[in-house]
Unconditional design. Structure first.
Length: 550
């Protein structure tokens, strides 16, 4: 009796196992697993990572077979054979990571090896490849090419398999080499699940570009942009509103005139409040663009939205304004005047600004977006006797951080450390020693150092502020910065260009800057009333701080 029961239990177990493992496999399951295996082998398998095989072509060749797989067993066998066809992986001595190497592994996750979709044999093969992976001494740097061993410049995105190949490539690039994957709002696996059906369904280039935008937005990285070339739907050569704006309380407020004559023609003034563009509210635009633009935080997302709202493919645009409680719609003509490097409108529109000057009460002021290294000696001479210097970093500086830090600091100080991708163990990163600024200087500046920041303060601006903070007498005034600090990795493809932050940047005590940005000591945000009254409320608050210390 007992023997019969044992046989029955064994039979049921075998039947259960066969039923589970031979269960039908969905298209999404197959493609998700294929993406992960293909990306893993791309960076880990000695022959593939070493560039000995055309890995993109192999994916395109295997996709038809993978599509025909009906069960998990059949799928695993296809992948096992694919790996075997690459030839044996040489077993090497255990790879020992030096104690001197400080590893950052918040992004690292190969737990999917043990997914139920894989046979035990396949899982063991993957683990063996991890343990005997491709080794390289390559380090990330200005010449780092994330697209090596692949050609993505002639892809036709009206082809389903080409879209799959590009999506697999991009997803794995982020999976293994984006330093801030761990601080995304949404798990990168979930993004794959959401975007895969859209990738498969896209009917043309324009639809696929929309999918790319939506995918890239999930990086939550203010460095991410998508520039398209020759696309009918997202043509970059657009027409523009003759002023810049800022979104406050779901309204857009004019903050700067960019083309005087065009603005005068429609009576556009600083402080004007815009409530609709082409009959769509600003709130509706915010909702529409939220999943199409990448930003580390909300202020930067709104800044990017302004630029989209103020671009138009049509020259005729209806704009609704709110003034003194009355709504008025103007039928405007927008022009393609906005190239800041060569158009005569913008050149003549901006009033000449001073790189540095002395304000009332012996307070220095420096426009960090204008001053260059050649101007720093004159700036120091003019401002060295002031009681405070306000460094306006609501812009993008010109690499002057070290020249100015030598003036501000009494000693050399470390201000940032980094994480770089570990190409010998993709998915993991290495901590580096970081950067220093300043030097031994008994005659350093003794007055107060104030830095003005907002969402325009991006990347080099944030990094420069970290340097200035080491002076010890620095106060940050303003609002949340862009929260994207680190070298940018550029990616060029046929028809479009995109990018993302390529290295991690942290304070020396490992405090994060990504998404958080530089936290102000005194938070001040412009108001609609203040803009209309012509005030710079952030600068005014800085001047109050100089006088009162509060």
């Amino acid at each position: 009796m007992i023997l019969k029961m044992k046989k029955s239990i064994l039979f049921l177990f075998i039947l259960f196992y066969q039923t589970i493992f031979s269960a039908k496999i969905t298209e999404n399951e197959k493609l998700t697993a294929t993406c992960k295996v293909w990306g893993f082998l791309k960076y880990y398998h000695p022959k593939v990572a070493g560039g000995e095989v055309n890995w993109d072509s192999q994916l395109l060749e295997k996709l038809p077979k993978i599509e025909k797989a009906q069960t998990k067993e059949e799928f695993s066998l296809i992948i096992e054979n694919w790996i075997d066809d690459l030839g044996p992986v040489k077993e090497i001595a255990p790879i020992i990571i030096s104690k001197e190497v400080k590893v950052f592994d918040e992004n690292f996750d190969l737990s999917w090896f043990n997914d139920k979709i894989f046979s035990k044999k396949l899982s063991k093969k993957l683990k063996f490849i991890e343990d005997n992976r491709f080794q390289t001494d390559e380090e990330i740097g200005p010449g780092y090419n994330p697209l090596k061993n692949g050609n993505y410049f002639n892809m036709q995105f009206d082809n389903r398999n080409s879209r799959i190949l590009w999506f697999f490539m991009y997803w794995n690039l982020v999976e293994y080499f984006f330093p801030y994957k761990y601080v995304m709002d949404q798990k990168w696996d979930v993004t794959f699940e959401q975007m895969l059906p859209l990738v498969l369904e896209a009917k043309n280039n324009d639809e696929f570009y929309t999918v790319i935008r939506k995918t890239a937005s999930k990086l939550n990285d203010s460095h991410v942009e998508l520039a398209l070339y020759g696309s009918s739907k997202f043509e970059e050569n657009k027409r523009f509103f003759p002023a810049d704006c800022k979104i406050i309380d779901n309204k857009m407020v004019v903050t700067e005139i960019l083309a005087d004559s065009l603005a005068q023609a429609d009576d556009i003034k600083i402080g004007d409040v815009i409530t609709k563009v082409n009959d769509k509210t600003i709130e509706a635009y915010i909702s529409e663009y939220r999943d199409l633009l990448a930003a580390s935080n909300e202020p930067t997302l709104l800044r990017k939205m302004v630029r989209k709202i103020l671009y138009s493919n049509s020259e005729k645009v209806n704009v609704e304004f709110l003034k003194d409680g009355t709504y008025t719609t103007k039928a405007m003509i927008w022009y393609d005047y906005h190239d800041s490097h060569r158009n005569e409108f913008k050149k003549g529109a901006k009033k000449k600004k001073e790189k540095f000057k002395v304000l009332a009460d012996n307070i220095g002021y420096v426009d960090m977006g204008l001053i260059k290294s050649a101007n720093v000696p004159d700036m120091i001479e003019a401002l060295k006797s002031t009681k405070a210097i306000v460094f306006d970093m609501r812009n993008y500086p010109n690499g002057t951080y070290d020249d100015i830090a030598r003036f501000l600091n009494a000693h050399e100080e470390k201000f940032a450390i980094y994480t770089h991708p570990d190409f010998s163990y993709p998915g993991k990163f290495k901590w580096t020693e970081g950067s220093t600024c300043g030097s031994e200087n008994k005659d350093n500046y003794k007055g107060k150092v104030i830095v003005l920041l907002n969402e325009e303060s991006l990347s080099q601006a944030e990094w420069t502020v970290m340097c200035f903070q080491t002076a010890g007498n620095t106060t940050i005034i303003g609002s949340q910065t862009a929260g994207a600090d680190g070298n940018v990795t550029e990616l060029d493809f046929k028809g479009f260009h995109t990018r993302y932050t390529g290295i991690g940047v942290y304070y020396p005590d490992r405090r994060e800057t990504q998404r958080i940005g530089i936290v102000p000591d005194i938070e001040v945000k412009p108001t609609i009333k203040g803009i209309q009254e012509g005030k710079d409320e952030v600068l005014e608050r800085a001047l109050v701080f100089v006088k009162t210390g509060k």
